[in-house]
Design a protein around this ligand. Structure first.
Ligand SMILES: [Zn+2]
Length: 243
């Protein structure tokens, strides 16, 4: 896996303007050269995908991840610095239960993957979408020795399954434990590396567009020529344009 080129950054950000975050994260990993084909990437458990995204963040950006959160108690703004490596849980922690027993029903399930999230996109009802997602991840459902059809699994069992799925793949459901320096209040905030990485690439794309604009106007270079330059070379030309 390698840092994205300027051209890749623009491709990813442009893709994100008309596709969901799940789709954009997959497109991003596809461009980053993970060595996995797009079908395999889409079938990775979300926690595994997120570990790849954390690694990619480290490849693309030298510094820590910076996040701002408002304290829900006093409103003070907290600035949080996170190292991508500290957010990557080890693989042992990710191998949680894959079996749930509830109300006499035994469910065997697999972790949620990107293709599951893509399949429920567009569902208008949140509860229906959550149920559809859970059902996709059930491999077997039995009451005693009798196999159950999806519609025979009760809502309560599906709700428990949602909790069990989150426990089984903790990397996919990260919560930051934050403490306010002003009032001491402690609170949790969910952390989504896909959102963070895509947002950061949007920031990078704005700087690239500025470079393209200035260099095209100043020298008549084409967009393709400018995007093909290293950041160092772009900077060298920009400095000569400066008054
Ligand atoms: Zn506070």
């Amino acid at each position: 896996m390698q840092a994205l080129s300027a051209s890749d950054v623009l491709e990813v950000v442009e893709w994100g303007t008309s596709h969901s975050l799940t789709s954009t994260a997959l497109y991003l990993l596809d461009r980053a050269g993970t060595g996995l084909d797009s079908e395999t990437l889409a079938a990775l458990p979300l926690g595994t995908r997120d570990r790849l995204l954390l690694r990619l963040y480290g490849e693309c950006f030298a510094g820590p991840i910076r996040a701002r959160e408002a304290c829900p108690e006093c409103g003070a703004e907290l600035e949080v610095e996170l190292r991508p490596a500290d957010l990557a849980l080890d693989a042992i922690a990710a191998s949680g239960p894959t079996c749930l027993q509830h109300d006499g029903v035994t469910l065997r399930f697999r972790p949620t993957a990107s293709h599951d999230l893509l399949a429920i996109e567009g569902a208008s009802d949140e509860a229906d979408a959550a149920r559809a997602l859970a059902l996709r991840c059930i491999e077997t459902a039995q009451r005693g020795d009798t196999e159950l059809a999806p519609e025979e699994i009760g809502d309560e069992t599906i709700a428990r399954l949602g909790e069990a799925m989150a426990l089984a793949d903790p990397q996919a459901d990260l919560t930051l434990d934050l403490a306010c320096a002003d009032c001491g209040h402690r609170f949790g905030r969910s952390f989504d590396i896909a959102r963070v990485l895509v947002d950061e690439l949007v920031n990078v794309s704005r700087r690239i567009f500025c470079d393209v604009h200035a260099l095209a106007r100043g020298y008549g270079f084409s967009e393709a020529q400018i995007l093909g330059m290293s950041a160092w070379r772009r900077q060298a030309y920009l400095e000569m344009l400066a008054p």
